[in-house]
Design a binder for this molecule. Sequence first.
Ligand code: AMP
Ligand code: MG
Length: 331
Amino acid sequence: MNTRLERITEESLALGAELIKSGELVAFPTETVYGLGADALNGQAVKKIFAAKGRPGDNPLIVHVASKEQMMSLGYWNDNAEKVFNAFMPGPITMVLKRKMVPDEVTAGLDSVGLRYPEHPDAQRFISLAGPIAAPSANISGKPSPTSAQHVFDDFNGKIPLVLDGGECGVGVESTVISLVEAPILLRPGGVTLEQLVRVLPDITVHDAVLANVKLDAAASPGMKYKHYAPIARVVIAKNGEGLYRSALEKGVKVVYYRKQDDVTDARNLFARLRRADEDGLQLVIFEMPNKEGIGLSVANRLLRASAFTVIEKGEVFSLLLGGDTVELQG
Ligand code: AMP
Ligand code: MG
């Protein structure tokens, strides 16, 4: 298949909407990351997303809408849904509600559905033309999420007909996911921060899986149980990043070290940095331990997964496997 990479225009949006309506996949920009979209009401089309990404079948998709009415037609509304909608939508947040008429392929058979109303103007125009769109992040499953159209093209060239190019994503990490089916719970931190959520939902709790490597039941937040965001290079979080970096350089390891800046910038750069590691043929990527405030909580959540929960203490000896060899580094 020939994959077209098209800047967003009236024509490319119309072409994208036509492809979605005929059961094809189209990648499109949002304020968080690029999405790989299919008609949310067409189970056969939605199946193609799982095949193209290599996504496990029990990991549900988020349905993207372009109005409140559309959202209310897909999930059962409640008081908390109204509060969250008024406070944060359109925006980088997904709410899980009891599902109405959404196919099993979208929800992975769950009785609930994740609903999102993106803020990105091009995403809104696209969804308005194409109808509700089921879309996960537009990356091969397990790889870092895409924050540019080129990232999407790198992963899906030859596999999907169209990538709509709307430039770089502003937020850089995926949407916040909260469930409002029962008492409010944060399942995945993202573009809307926990501090913002607490102001609207004072009794919201945080799922253990946000910052820990816990076993998960299927319904909690299925996506959290999979290896995620990982480049080929080894990723670690270090308490003494400078020391570990020097130690790696001395041993001739191809390494990069990212000190934290501010949480918003760190979130925006995160996935591009992970992708660049492989383009540059690096062996080790060291990140300073993020602050867990604001969007920093999302950066910590993604980095913990990208590093398979590897946090190196100051002074700790870290054994880095390189092919058949082990190199001992000091944190
Ligand atoms: P992605 O779009 O790839 O960023 O993944 C979407 C994530 O949203 C999934 O991995 C799930 O963790 C979460 N999600 C979507 N729908 C539901 C649902 N019905 N219940 C719980 N979590 C959901
Ligand atoms: Mg994803």
